[in-house]
Design a protein around this ligand. Structure first.
Ligand SMILES: *[C@@H]1O[C@H](CO)[C@@H](O)[C@H](O)[C@H]1NC(C)=O
Ligand SMILES: *[C@@H]1O[C@H](CO)[C@@H](O)[C@H](O)[C@H]1NC(C)=O
Length: 271
């Protein structure tokens, strides 16, 4: 069909049933990699949007089609999707627990503290949800750790100033994890990645389910971090600031130090 001018000229036009999208959206939403490649080769725009401002990459992430995600990123798709969309590829992958897709998005420079424009209602507080928060409440530990490794802010409380101003007491991820009864391993990781352990004030409330996590937090408040951990946080914060957090493996330093910076356990010593 694309050999004929009459079809070629509508290659980027929206249509179809349901959410009107382009042919690229249609191909990607069913995971048809070869159709995607043909369309791109004939001039389909990689970041065209459907009526909900969703890009083909967003559709591929939602459909969990890793091969399509890779093809689109390889063709230069914006890893953050379109800013008019309420959601983002990173938020969707974090919520769905798609660790491989999430890794590809982050490797291609997606914003790890991706903002959400949607407010969530919780028991008593309105919070702005970010990828870290979604990974925690949906119980996706691997995604949670991956986000932190790529520099997610452990004190994330939403990034949209206008949104934040409409919330009386914005909660950090740590507070939300305590409220939702996320496992103690989530709390431990947040602490290891430098969350402010003095921020949550709610831990005295009866609504807090998990005593183990609260005990951990209280213990942490009494014990400052070891100097080594402080150094790791400082180095990682700096790398994040200069957009080089994904380059730790390339640093010119001993493997044991690189592993330490990446929170990898030291290999067992062979006697
Ligand atoms: C979002 O889509 C609109 C319309 O296609 C486009 O003009 C704009 O540049 C896109 N924004 C981003 C961040 O991709
Ligand atoms: C969000 O958290 C940061 C700490 O990381 C804090 O400095 C900031 O004041 C908080 N924002 C609001 C609106 O509470």
């Amino acid at each position: 069909m694309l050999c004929q001018e009459i079809y070629r000229k509508v290659i980027n036009c929206r249509g179809g049933w349901g959410i009107a999208g382009t042919p690229l959206h249609a191909a990607v939403s069913k995971g048809h990699l070869s159709c995607l490649q043909v369309l791109l080769a004939h001039g389909a725009l990689v970041d065209c949007i459907d009526v909900k401002a969703q890009t083909p990459l967003f559709a591929a992430v939602r459909g969990k089609y890793l091969d399509c995600v890779l093809a689109l990123l390889g063709a230069g798709a914006n890893p953050n999707g379109n800013s008019s969309n309420n959601c983002s590829p990173v938020l969707t992958a974090a919520r769905e627990g798609d660790v491989e897709i999430l890794k590809e998005l982050l490797k291609h420079g997606a914003e790890v503290n991706s903002r959400s424009k949607v407010l969530l209602w919780t028991s008593s507080a309105r919070v702005s949800s970010g990828p870290l928060y979604l990974a925690a409440v949906y119980g996706h530990m691997e995604c949670f750790k991956l986000l932190l490794l790529y520099g997610a802010d452990p004190d994330y409380n939403g990034t949209d100033a206008k949104l934040l101003s409409s919330i009386k007491h914005p909660k950090t991820v740590l507070e939300m994890c305590l409220r939702h009864g996320c496992g103690v391993e989530y709390i431990q990781l947040l602490i290891d990645f430098g969350a402010n352990v003095y921020l949550p004030t709610l831990i005295i409330e009866k609504s807090t389910k998990q005593n183990e996590a609260v005990e951990l937090l209280l213990r942490e408040r009494g014990n400052p971090k070891a100097l080594m951990s402080q150094c790791r946080l400082a180095v990682r914060r700096y790398l994040k600031k200069i957009n080089k957090i994904h380059c730790i493996d390339q640093l010119d330093m001993p493997t044991s130090l690189i592993n330490f910076l990446q929170y990898k356990p030291a290999p067992a010593t062979v006697l």
